[in-house]
Design a protein. Structure first.
Lengths: 1080, 624
């Protein structure tokens, strides 16, 4: 980290020099004075008055008066106050300037980019949320979607704390069983690649709009069903060149640890488990019991309970000749006592830094923005990181008054190492799977400790995993941008043609070491190299007609065509047995055997025609209509085209005569919209039946050679030539209300979003073979909900103190209406070690949790009967006759006999949880006083259930790993009785972790996501801005969730089925950051 | 006007783009359509894919559908425990305890894998028909492909038949997926009665035998003789299950079985291998004794999935042990005791073998320094090692690994150090699927997480099966001399090769590892009852740990009786009756095998659900 510190030092020096140099620039000054007032309100105090292009300024006093030193006659004064239209006045020769400020509707005048065009916010009749880009940039993270969390009503963001990991974005719930990722449109170029989020530099974003309902989004037709996020990158403006530098540097810490056992405690727990099991098999007697364990001694209270060595098994000092140690054949490992805390071993305090330089400017003839960015985040889990270098150039030339040409282009290179998040095999999971008795290193001090010793489980050493994996870097090049040509053909008629490209090239070289220290070692070292590229091109042509008739009738018409092509190629190669493990030897040619390779490709295309009409009468009555016709290669020729219409109307009540003069309504607009959008996120091969050849799937050694096969062909996929678009129909009713002199803004939407003809892959009967089944248009899913945004801006009477408070609140209710004509059709969740915890069925929220319900503990009085009413001692789960030394049939989870047949079977499973939240929210507060600013940002989720699958490993006996203090202290005993939290200890209890409501836990949390204090150094000549700040992120989290972190993301892009299942996640880091914003 | 020209030009472009419907044709890449396969080589390749599922490995599963049937046939019987530790593959324990619910993934995966094999056979038959109709292949080529596919289809149906009992029979006319929704064929007729797949299975085999050449130079390809072996096995189970009332079917009578067995014995090209363990060595894949065998290949461009991958879990557990993972399929003490012989006669204890004492090493830590000289263990004397009065059938030490006995060419089995959790599943390791150390790398896969995928074929039917099945018939026909002769051939061969001791240098000596190896032919079978017990016991010993035992107990109609005795003894053997090894497996406490129910595994719940949850299509087995 020496290098980055130097970078920071140099930047600081550079900035200081800039500050001093501008300080010397002085010029002739004179005084301008006057009063500021508002028509109808009188004098305005607290108005900001400053000289444009500088930070020189003052504030009007209680009587609205002001006085300001001004240099030169071409100086321009800017008068601004919250809730009023900012006014600029060129000083000229005046010395007294009185100004009247009009009450504003700033937010309403704001022009936002929507589908293919831009609209004034006041004219928008759909549901569009603009996200404050400055607020986004406050959050230190690689991708803008992560920064979006808690910022926009109706947008749910799930994080992957892996540096550079993928983020889950869901707009208004889950609309489909298929891919739910929204469509991103960046400078007019669409992409659905979720890695777009981290592989492009968020600092270049100028504005971001979330199109949530059909009337705003259906112009994107077939791909808009999951919502659309429109991103515009920074453009130059005519004027002198402006330079900005934003820099931040900080450190991050992982905070959370599960409360695991030490070496002595884990031994005691093992002892008690075996004792109970022995008693169970011996009618409650423990006479003659001996503890059988390869490491621990016979008596937990004796000093020799914990051995000195775990390899050789359970050996003591004097029994082992350490001089015979040899790697890898004769390893010797000492026992770790009181025990290794693997969290402490893998967690690291890690730096994060980000630097962005922007230059923008131009003239009437040409404008430019140029951005350079560097982002580097080291993981709080050791040896993980992500960094990105990016360069962006956006230029636009006005060749003629009516003819413009330009481009927007970003090239980024990023690389990193992460863990496979939310997986039982990753390093975070191996922490709880590793017994504390295992040392990090064996006696050599350089070679790893591991599970080679008996009864030490089958985890791998998480430190070893991370260190060995540190060079398994993923590298990625991304080129994203467009070139366009725009011509005003006639007055009010503009033609634009744009060619966009999204190119990604990915390379990963992954080396696996031999691990002789482990119980399950690899036979060879191995190198796998994976490369792929994706090329997506988009050609868009639009005609826009914009005209106002008779002053009252405004008409905006858009016509367009779009052609999209996507191509994917992948190549993989692998070899084993590398002579040495050196990094510069990890090339495929150096592997001595095990040659394997594979490759694949896919392609799809779309062609679309679309039109949009916006009409406004006297700015009071608004109407929009949109239609788009899409053709997609994903569907057979008969159903290839889909048409997606949308209509919306708006009524600005505040524009009516009868509302004028109302003090509590500055602006009020009612909106209603209906429309349809599509979704086509299924395999591009869905319509085709295919046969494949693959050595392990269809090859056979028919000649009995032992080492070769003859190739075969088996069915790879059954095609559905009749498939067509999913249709998402939305109804959205809402209002935008500004009141109390524009201090309070309310935006409210109620929506109903129904996906019909949902493409669902009906499971094939096993008798049809194992080929992939095609998606069919059989399902239906519904989401209803509300989005609410409340904002208050205010100022003290003096105007020295201003503040903004913002709350966004989102609620949705998801229901799978049907999956097929057959009401019993079930979509199963992921198979996690032979059990499935979630499923979808008609009438339930998508991917709800399914299992047995507990009803306390057994007390020995239970009787269970078979179907014929005969007493049976051990109907499934074979369970109630369990005897411990405490007596017969006690201390086990008692499950509710849902079907009342006296037997616990699969038929007693029921719905035990819902991964969808009751609501989620964000609360943001900004305060500013003189040059100081303070930001507080909370974010939270309420009422969602999680499956704590990690609990299956640490509260029960899934493998011989570490366990929790909870299991040690709160497993059932006669003393604890019903106060116990877990069943009586038994090594043979693999039934308590059958999917049941024990593992369902409340995932609600409230997190102070950002706390930031900044200071802007005022009045620096020649400097637009100089602000320094300090921030802490993820300051605290309030939650009752027992796992590592309640923020559990899905396991992969488009992979919905792991929703809400915590399989071992990368913990949320806390960071402390010092930053600088500088511009001149 | 210039602007109008531009405008016109652009409009033209737009029209060009919209006209090109080809633009929206994006065929799948790197795959072929069915019509492209109706060629001589295409038809052959589709047939190869039908063979490819014999190893139980395709897109769905790893070990659930092992052709060795170690879960359904061995762990669920008195041969073996699940092994390893409690938490690993816990549903296997549920199966072992007869409490696994129909939703258990093992049931679904085995079902689907086997039916995938059937659907590939049907693809081959259908595409061969298309090629013949198109004139691209000859009639004889077509007939050969169809015959092989039918024999395979019978094999696959048999695989599921003995596991699930009431299964649908699927042929090439069923369920072509062209028209959606998919057609479904279940296991009941219109009257709601289970259909009987046995006659269909036999018909497929007799059709195949009529066409197939007696032998085939491709060792893995089904030939006439192999098909007869499969047919014999089908009859053995059909007749047994019919007689025991397990399947709703009518026994075809013993005559066709006897005929095919005699045909194989008298006219077939098969001979016993000189040594018992030859049947489990990679070096003797496809040997003279083998009738029907699943080919395994490694280092063939796959990551070991074409090897004996379905058995990768069934190796000792320890980082210097072969395979290194995961300690599943550990032999039961009951099976070990079955190998005890009377030191005076060299004959097994047919009735009371399980009441005898066998010294084991449970609870004894591995010798600390065994790593430095793997052929010496001063801390434990294995049963039979030095005392000829501790008399055992030598096949014991080819069937399982136990402490102090050479484990192939690896080292002495070190006991606890190779056992994942002795306290849970006892001190023994699987052995028959294990490779020799000298074969590591060349005949095992070294790619991926395990080195346990080997080129060791799974021998499904051997001449020894044919002989002992014939002996069973002879017993029932009171032809005791034929039965005696066949059983004694097996026993004489069993004595030919014993596990030999090794020097400290690891070199094999001429000295048997145990002084107590003692297996002798029966001098006579005094009566039919004794002969029946002797033949059945011989079948158990000869094929121990081979996934056959459970199905044999079922077809003999004795599953409930034998297994409930076993469970009672394993879980709570009366204290003090023996000096060691009581209370072997406490997790089996309270477990019972329910007669009339547990002879069949449940129809997978998932399959019933897919078929509309309706018993009118796919009906659950009785009792579930």
């Amino acid at each position: 980290m020496q290098k980055s510190t130097n970078v920071l030092q140099r930047l600081a020096l550079f900035v200081l020099m800039m500050v001093f140099s501008v300080g010397f620039i002085m010029a002739q000054e004179r005084t301008v004075s006057g009063t500021v007032s508002s028509p109808g309100e009188g004098p305005l105090p607290g108005v900001n008055i400053f000289i444009q292009g500088t930070t020189v300024g003052t504030i009007s006093d209680l009587d609205g008066g002001y006085k300001l030193e001004v240099t030169g006659s071409d100086a321009v004064l800017v008068f601004s106050s919250v809730g009023y239209v900012t006014q600029t006045v060129t000083v000229g020769s005046q010395s007294v300037i009185d100004v009247e400020l009009e009450a504003d509707v700033t937010a309403l005048q704001e022009v936002v980019v929507t589908g293919y065009t831009a609209q004034a916010r006041k004219d928008i009749t759909g549901s569009v949320t603009s996200v404050n880009v400055d607020e986004l940039n406050e959050i230190p993270s690689a991708d803008f979607a992560e920064r979006l969390q808690g910022r926009a009503a109706g947008v749910f963001v799930g994080l992957d704390n892996n540096p550079g990991g993928q983020t889950m974005v869901r707009i208004r719930g889950f609309g489909t069983v298929n891919n739910n990722e929204p469509l991103y449109v960046i400078d007019g170029v669409p992409t659905t690649d979720v890695y777009a989020l981290s592989r492009l530099n968020p600092a270049n974003i100028e504005s971001m709009q979330v199109l949530k309902d059909a009337s705003s989004a259906s112009i994107y037709g077939a791909r808009a069903g999951n919502g659309v996020i429109i991103i515009t990158t920074k453009k130059g403006k005519a004027g002198k060149a402006k330079f900005t530098l934003n820099a931040k540097y900080g450190i991050q810490k992982a905070q959370n640890q599960l409360d695991l056992l030490n070496t002595q405690q884990l031994g005691e727990l093992e002892y008690q488990q075996q004792l109970n099991d022995y008693a169970n098999a011996n009618g409650g007697s423990v006479a003659g019991y001996t503890f059988n364990h390869a490491q621990y001694g016979d008596d937990p209270n004796a000093s020799n309970f914990i051995p000195d060595y775990i390899l050789p098994d359970g050996a003591f000092e004097g029994e082992v000749d350490e001089s015979t140690y040899s790697y890898p054949d004769n390893l010797i490992m000492r026992a770790s006592n009181p025990g290794t805390n693997y969290y402490d071993e893998i967690y690291e305090t890690a730096p994060i830094q980000e630097y962005n330089i922007g230059v923008s400017g131009g003239s009437e003839n040409g404008r430019y923005f140029f951005g350079l960015g560097y982002f580097d985040q080291q993981g709080t889990v050791m040896e993980t990181y992500f960094n990105r270098f990016s360069i962006r150039a956006n230029t636009e030339f006005s060749v003629k008054e009516w003819f413009r040409i330009g481009e927007n282009l970003e090239v980024s290179y990023n690389k990193g190492v992460g863990i496979n998040n939310n997986a039982e095999g990753n390093a975070v999971s191996n922490v709880y799977r590793a017994q504390p008795i295992i040392p990090v290193y064996d006696i050599s001090g350089v070679n790893w400790g591991g599970t080679k010793g008996g009864n030490t489980g089958n985890s791998s050493n998480p430190v070893a995993d991370l260190v060995r994996g540190k060079d398994n870097v993923s590298e990625n090049w991304r080129i994203f941008g467009n070139a366009f040509l725009e011509a005003d053909l006639f007055k009010d008629l503009t033609f634009r043609t744009q060619f966009g490209v999204d190119y990604t090239n990915w390379y990963q070289s992954s080396f696996s070491f031999k691990n002789p220290e482990d119980a399950e070692p690899r036979a060879s070292n191995q190198l796998g190299v994976n490369m792929n590229y994706v090329l997506n091109t988009t050609w868009t042509n639009t005609l826009v007609y914009n005209h106002t008739f008779n002053q009252d009738h405004r008409l905006n018409v858009l016509l367009g065509t779009e052609a999209i092509q996507n191509e994917y190629r992948q190549l993989y190669g692998q070899r084993i047995n590398f002579y040495v493990n050196d990094l510069d030897y990890r090339y495929l040619n150096a592997g001595e055997g095990g040659q394997q390779n594979s490759g694949s490709g896919s392609a799809w295309s779309m062609f679309s025609l679309f039109a949009k009409v916006n009409y406004s009468y006297k700015d009071k009555y608004l109407a929009d209509a949109t239609i788009r016709r899409d053709g997609s290669s994903r569907f057979g020729s008969e159903n290839r085209y889909g048409t997606f219409p949308a209509f919306s109307v708006g009524w600005r009540i505040s524009g009516e005569e009868f509302m004028s003069g109302s003090s509590w309504i500055n602006d009020l607009k009612l909106r209603a919209g209906w429309g349809q959008m599509g979704n086509q996120n299924i395999s591009s091969d869905n319509q085709y039946s295919t046969y494949r050849t693959q050595v392990w799937q269809s090859g056979y050694d028919i000649q009995g050679t032992n080492t070769s096969t003859v190739a075969g062909f088996d069915t790879g996929r059954f095609g559905n030539p009749f498939g067509q678009w999913e249709t998402t129909t939305t109804l959205d009713i809402g209002f935008d209300w500004t009141m109390f002199n524009n201090h309070l803004t309310l935006n409210f939407d109620w929506y109903d979003r129904t996906t019909t003809d949902m493409l669902f892959t009906l499971p094939l009967p096993g008798t049809q073979g194992d080929a992939s089944a095609p998606a069919q248009n059989v399902g239906e899913m519904n989401n209803t909900g509300i989005d609410l945004n409340i904002a208050w801006n205010g100022a003290s009477a003096s105007g020295e103190f201003t503040y903004n408070l913002g709350l966004n609140f989102s609620q949705y209710k998801n229901e799978v209406v049907s999956l097929s004509e057959n009401a019993g059709t079930t979509l199963l969740g992921p198979d996690l070690r032979q059990y499935r915890y979630s499923r979808s069925e008609a009438g339930q929220p998508f991917m709800s949790f399914w299992g047995l319900q507990r009803d306390g503990f057994t007390d020995g009085s239970e009787s269970f009967y078979n179907e014929d009413g005969e007493y049976v001692s051990d109907q499934y789960p074979g369970y109630y006759n369990y005897i411990s030394q405490y007596g017969e049939g006690m201390g086990r989870f008692k499950f509710v006999d849902q079907d009342g047949d006296n037997v616990i079977t699969d038929a007693d499973n029921t719905w035990i949880g819902n991964p969808h939240p009751d609501f989620y929210y964000g609360f943001n507060a900004n305060f500013s006083w003189k040059g100081f600013d303070l930001v507080i940002f909370f974010q939270g989720v309420q009422g969602n259930d999680l499956i704590n699958y990690v609990g299956r490993w640490v509260d029960f006996v899934q493998f011989q790993g570490n366990r929790t203090q909870k299991m040690y202290n709160s497993s059932w005993t006669p003393t604890l009785g019903d106060n116990a939290k877990l069943p009586v200890l038994s090594a043979q209890d693999n039934l308590s972790y059958l999917p049941n409501d024990y593992l369902v836990q409340d995932g609600s949390y409230l997190r102070l996501k950002n706390l930031m204090i900044g200071y802007t150094i005022p009045n620096l000549k020649g400097v637009d801005q100089l602000r320094i700040y300090f921030q802490t992120t993820n300051v605290f989290t309030i939650t009752n969730y027992e796992g590592l972190d309640p923020e559990v993301n899905i396991a992969g892009p488009g992979e919905n089925s792991s929703l809400g299942i915590d399989q071992g996640i990368y913990p949320t880091p806390q960071s402390y950051i010092l930053g600088l914003n500088f511009g001149f | 006007m210039k602007k109008i020209l531009y405008f016109g030009y652009v409009l033209l472009l737009g029209v060009i783009v919209s006209c090109g419907d080809d633009f929206l044709d994006k065929p799948p890449l790197g795959v072929v359509g069915e019509s492209q396969l109706a060629t001589p080589s295409g038809v052959d390749a589709v047939l190869i894919a039908a063979y490819s599922v014999l190893d139980g490995i395709q897109g769905i599963t790893t070990w659930d559908a092992a052709p060795s049937n170690y879960v359904f046939g061995s762990i669920a019987s008195d041969d073996a425990y699940k092994g390893t530790d409690e938490g690993d593959q816990a549903p296997q324990t549920d199966i072992e305890r007869y409490v696994a619910p129909p939703s258990t993934g093992y049931f679904d995966n085995k079902w689907r894998t086997v039916y995938d094999g059937i659907s590939r056979c049907n693809d081959a038959i259908r595409i061969a028909g298309q090629a013949l109709a198109a004139g691209t292949i000859t009639q004889s080529h077509h007939d050969q492909v169809v015959a092989e596919a039918k024999a395979l289809r019978a094999h696959y149906h048999f695989e599921n038949k003995i596991v699930y009992g009431n299964i649908p029979y699927i042929d090439e006319t069923v369920g072509t997926p062209e028209g959606l929704p998919f057609s479904v064929v279940g296991n009941v007729d219109e009257g709601g009665n289970y259909t009987d797949a046995w006659p269909d299975i036999v018909r497929d085999l007799t059709d195949a035998i009529a066409v197939l050449p007696a032998t085939n130079p491709d060792k893995g390809r089904v030939s006439g003789w192999k098909a007869k072996g499969i047919l014999a096995q089908v009859y053995v189970h059909w007749i047994g299950r019919a007689n025991s009332g397990i399947d709703p079917t009518t026994s075809p009578g013993v005559a066709p079985l006897k005929a095919v067995l005699d045909d194989i014995l008298n006219n077939g090209p098969f001979q016993l291998m000189p040594n018992y363990f030859d049947n489990y060595r990679i070096a003797y894949n496809n040997n003279q004794e083998s009738l029907w065998e699943v080919q395994a290949s490694v280092n063939d461009g796959s990551s070991g999935e074409n090897g004996n991958y379905a058995d990768v879990l069934n190796f000792p557990y320890g980082s210097n042990a072969p395979g290194t993972c995961c300690g599943f399929h550990q032999a039961s003490q009951n099976l070990v005791n079955a190998f005890l012989t009377d030191p005076a006669t060299g004959l097994p204890y047919l009735d009371d073998f399980n009441d005898r004492d066998f010294r084991w090493d449970q609870g004894i830590a591995s010798y600390l320094d065994w790593g430095t000289d793997p052929w010496v263990d001063p801390d434990f004397v294995p049963y039979g090692k030095t005392d000829p009065n501790e008399s055992i059938d030598p096949r014991l030490d080819w069937t399982l690994g136990r402490r102090g006995i050479p484990y192939l060419d690896w080292q002495l089995h070190p006991g606890d150090a190779w056992i994942r959790k002795q306290a849970y599943a006892g001190p023994y390791s699987a052995k028959k699927n294990v490779y020799y150390k000298s074969e590591e790398g060349s005949l095992t896969s070294q790619t991926g997480w395990t080195s346990g995928s080997t080129a060791n074929d799974v021998r499904l039917i051997k001449l020894s099966h044919i002989m002992l099945w014939r002996a069973e018939i002879a017993v029932e026909e009171s032809d005791l001399s034929t039965a005696l002769d066949l059983v004694n051939q097996i026993r004489v061969r069993a004595a030919n090769e014993v596990v030999l001791d090794r020097t400290t240098a690891g070199v094999e000596t001429a000295v048997p590892a145990c002084a107590g190896y003692n297996v002798q032919p029966y001098p006579s079978f005094p009566d039919q009852d004794y002969a029946r017990k002797a033949v059945r016991h011989e079948i158990r010993l000869e094929f121990g740990m081979e996934g056959k035992r459970f199905f044999d107990l079922v077809r003999w109609g004795v599953a409930a009786e034998v297994l409930n005795d076993y469970l009672a003894m394993e879980s709570s053997r009366p204290k003090g009756t023996l000096s060691v090894n009581e209370n072997r497996r406490s997790y089996l406490a309270g477990t019972t095998f329910t007669a009339g129910k547990n002879e069949r595994y449940p129809i997978p719940q998932n399959q019933i659900d897919i078929m509309n949850g309706s018993s009118e299509i796919l009906k659950q087995n009785p009792g579930f």
